[in-house]
Design a protein around this ligand. Structure first.
Ligand code: NAD
Length: 351
């Protein structure tokens, strides 16, 4: 199949591949759209079953970044990178530096940052070979803790605000006593658990590794549940914070929550899930609205004369975007992700 006929190809500007025998780097960079500015997006490292899966992921993730940046009002476009490999066993400084060199081949049209499987330390290695790296330095902090460039605190705060808005929209109430099921308690999910716990929510959590589950149980009173059951729980909010595709043809029939709002990119496995959720009366906060805190943070860190409070306020601005989309969906009967896509495309393609 040609790239241009790929089901996830969406007018992408460029797609670059590398197979570097000396370091073992196998990676893809997809630049979706630079109408609003250079594309920014994290690099995911994952043991993809094959290169088709990696290509589909990078195509979908990069177009999502364009929509996310447009709706967050940022002067930047959407791009993404994937490294095919196991982040637990296949990382080396040489591999990360080779990735940095690969980023240079985009001539500044792509700025790399962290995503699942890639840490600030990894981006620092890449930054030894490219100046087109972000999310590895910081002057402003979201949670009062020393900031290292990791955008996860800002992402968690944005998801938290999105959940607050959805709860107001659906229940006309605040978060006190609401039950939230969080799938994946990694960098974002665990921080989100803390924010929700402090707001008086009751938590249920699942993950494929135990360490953070035990922290969530001990520190936030969370109940640990199995990965196969988390989406079925009779809760107010289901928050996918692991990888994409949580809402798919298998899970859609057994969803137990009234609201879906989380950090994971590409939560809907297919576009038709958007309408199916609406038909089931489930309020879905489009993923790229809820999780925009990370790119807002990366952009804000480069601003002179900003402040910690200013960064928090900028992330809190996600609430207005989410509210506008939920209200328009309710008044028109158009599914939420479709409403968000239409708004984003207007910004992207009229630039
Ligand atoms: P992470 O890798 O730190 O955390 C993901 C967690 O999900 C891990 O603890 C992992 O063990 C767990 N997990 C993986 N598969 C699972 C499964 N099948 N069931 C349950 N748990 C599973 O990643 P993160 O930085 O916390 O990001 C989470 C999601 O949010 C990703 O999809 C990422 O692309 C997206 N996102 C992150 C940011 C950010 O700032 N980190 C920004 C925007 C979007």
């Amino acid at each position: 199949m040609s790239i241009f006929d790929h089901p996830d190809y969406d007018k992408h500007e460029s797609i670059s591949f590398i197979n570097d025998a000396s370091t073992g780097l196998k990676a893809i960079i997809a630049v979706h759209n630079t109408n609003l500015g250079p594309s920014v997006g994290g690099c995911r490292m994952f043991p993809y079953a094959n290169s088709h899966a990696a290509l589909a992921d990078v195509l979908r993730l990069s177009s999502g970044m364009s929509y996310k940046a447009a709706m967050a009002g940022l002067p930047q476009g959407g791009g993404k990178a994937v490294i095919i490999g196991d982040p637990k066993t296949d990382k080396s400084h040489a591999l990360m530096q080779a990735m940095g060199k690969f980023v240079n081949s985009c001539d500044g049209k792509y700025i790399i940052a962290e995503d699942s499987g890639i840490s600030v330390a990894d981006v620092n290695q890449m930054a030894k070979k490219t100046k087109f790296a972000g999310g590895n330095t910081a002057q402003y902090s979201i949670d009062g803790l020393p900031a290292d460039g990791n955008p996860a605190p800002a992402t968690s705060l944005g998801v938290f605000h999105s959940i607050q808005v959805a709860v107001e929209h659906v229940f006309n109430s605040d978060l006190t006593g609401k039950k939230v099921a969080i799938q994946g308690v990694g960098h974002v999910g665990l921080r989100l658990a803390k924010l929700l716990h402090e707001a008086g929510c009751e938590l249920m959590v699942s993950d494929i590794f135990d360490d953070n589950l035990l922290i969530a149980e001990k520190q936030f009173g969370a109940t640990i549940v199995s990965n196969s059951d988390i989406h079925k729980l009779d809760v107010d909010i289901f928050s996918p914070c692991a990888l994409g595709g949580a809402i798919n043809e298998n899970t859609i029939t057994s969803l137990g929550a009234s609201i879906i709002a989380g950090a994971a990119n590409n939560q809907l496995a297919t576009n038709e899930m958007d309408r199916l959720l609406l038909e089931k009366g489930i309020c879905y906060v489009p993923d790229y609205l809820a999780n925009a805190g990370g790119i807002i943070d990366i952009h804000y860190q480069s601003i002179k004369n900003g402040s910690n409070v200013g960064l928090c306020e900028r992330v809190a601005g996600i609430s207005n975007t989410v509210r506008a989309v939920l209200e328009e969906s309710s008044s028109t009967g158009i599914p939420t992700q479709t409403v968000a896509n239409m708004k984003a495309e207007k910004i992207l393609y009229s630039a």
